[in-house]
Design a protein around this ligand. Structure first.
Ligand SMILES: Nc1ncnc2c1ncn2[C@@H]1O[C@H](COP(=O)(O)OP(=O)(O)OP(=O)(O)O)[C@@H](O)[C@H]1O
Ligand SMILES: [Mg+2]
Length: 420
């Protein structure tokens, strides 16, 4: 599928799902409001009926809704607590308001609370018997009002709307799955693109030594040509070197494949990190000499011995040094330093090379990833080095991170615990 097609599908599906979600939320809101209206009405009717029955001679004033869950009945007459309790239970039960509530009798003059009670549920009328256990005082004659509050009103209304909530939840699940699928598709696409690049890259990389070997051996094959011993020696050397290069390239790819299969086994011994740094630097020394590169070492760590696989770790450090040299277009200038932490050692390898743009730094440890450089391929590589480094360091329970600025240089910091 082309990128354009994928993009169109993503946009259309996102718009469709977004629309669906909006409609669902609008309906949910509407349903909540109408449920709430129904609830308020039932409460107000129940409370007016209560007022009426408390005192049949007075004219019932409309019930006031003070807040969303707080209702006031203005009786302005004597109110008997016991009677109010029974009536409220009966009226609420009649309207199927099975919700806990609190009620209180207030002095109409100064709104002081004269009596208050909490009723856990109303529908189960058998609980009515319980109220007698509560000391119910009779308010002294005078002018009283009463209030009813529903602390769990919102949850009660939501529980009445279960069907709505389930359908919204189902929609949300669909959206999550959609996002996940999309993410996987994009991931797969990226990987397949990287793999295609890698194969391209590898073919090119392998072609060079193969061609060089072919030419050198062709020359050597012509026995009749009067080749001087020195020249013959030179061609032999080319064949040998190119073959070594081929070997190391194939080795690198195989190693990565092995890591991918998680078949890596570490052969841990007690090793000195400074020694490993010297060893990997040694492997690079010829190339550095050729470019008159500079290396400064500040090996400050006093405790440099750790438990690690020396072969893999040397390879990993070599990869970092190799990059520092490769990606320094001018004369390479590499700083290597170490320092101790309580539980381990921090190795930092910095260069003053081309640096890495902020936005691609998150990808450089991915297998096959190489920072795109347009059509200029002056620096060769498979995009395997850093992903190998990351795998190896993580296998040692360590961590690796990069700090870099474009055209200023890069610094890779590797932290390794003394004992993994
Ligand atoms: N020190 C550095 N300075 C600038 N860019 C770097 C540096 N190290 C890595 N990079 C960028 O990160 C990319 C990934 O590096 P990595 O070592 O994984 O692959 P590679 O060097 O291209 O190939 P390989 O190491 O497999 O031969 C490189 O292509 C390069 O663009
Ligand atoms: Mg590399």
């Amino acid at each position: 599928m082309s990128r354009r097609k994928i993009r169109i599908i993503i946009v259309l599906a996102t718009v469709a799902l977004g629309g669906l979600l909006t409609v669902q939320l609008l309906w949910l809101n509407k349903a909540f409001k109408s449920e709430e209206k129904e609830f308020n009405l039932a409460v107000q009717v129940a409370m007016s009926q209560t007022v009426q029955q408390l005192n049949p001679v007075i004219t019932v004033k409309p019930i006031k809704q003070l807040t969303s869950s707080f209702f006031l009945a203005e009786v302005n007459a004597p109110v008997k607590a016991q009677e109010l309790d029974t009536l409220l239970r009966q009226e609420f039960a009649r309207r199927h308001l099975s919700i806990p509530y609190e009620y209180g009798i207030l002095n109409a003059e100064d709104d002081t609370l004269v009596f208050g009670n909490y009723v856990p549920a109303t529908l189960k009328l058998k609980q009515v018997a319980n109220y007698q256990e509560v000391t119910i005082q009779t308010a002294p004659s005078g002018h009283y009002n009463f209030v009813v509050a529903f602390p769990t009103k919102t949850t009660h209304i939501l529980s009445e709307m279960q069907l709505w909530l389930y359908s919204t939840l189902a929609l949300l699940i669909v959206i999550v799955f959609f996002a996940y699928t999309l993410h996987s598709i994009l991931q797969e696409k990226r990987l397949s693109e990287l793999k295609a690049d890698f194969i391209n890259n590898m073919t090119h990389e392998l072609q060079t030594p193969i061609t060089n070997i072919a030419i050198a051996s062709e020359i050597l094959k012509n026995v009749d040509s009067n080749l001087s011993a020195a020249k013959a020696q030179r061609y032999h050397q080319i064949i040998f070197q190119e073959n070594e290069r081929l070997k190391s390239q194939v080795e690198q790819v195989l190693q990565m494949a092995e890591l991918e299969r998680k078949a890596m086994s570490l052969n841990k011994t007690s090793i000195n990190v400074h020694q490993l740094l010297q060893d990997s630097l040694q492997r690079l020394s010829l190339r550095l000499q050729k470019r008159s590169g500079q290396v400064t070492c500040c090996l400050n760590a006093e405790k440099a011995t750790i438990e690690a696989d020396s072969l893999h770790l040397t390879n990993a450090l070599y990869n970092l040094l190799d990059n520092a040299e490769k990606y320094s277009p001018q004369t390479p200038n590499i700083q290597i330093s170490t320092r101790n932490y309580q539980q381990g050692i921090l190795i930092s390898i910095a260069d003053k090379g081309q640096g890495i743009r902020k936005e691609v730094q998150q990808f450089i440890f991915d297998t096959f990833y190489r920072v795109p450089s347009g059509n200029i391929h002056n620096v060769r590589g498979f995009g395997l080095g850093l992903s190998y480094v990351k795998n190896i360091i993580q296998a040692h329970q360590g961590s690796v991170r990069v700090k870099s600025q474009e055209n200023q240089g890069s610094c890779f910091e590797v932290y390794l615990p003394f004992r993994a």
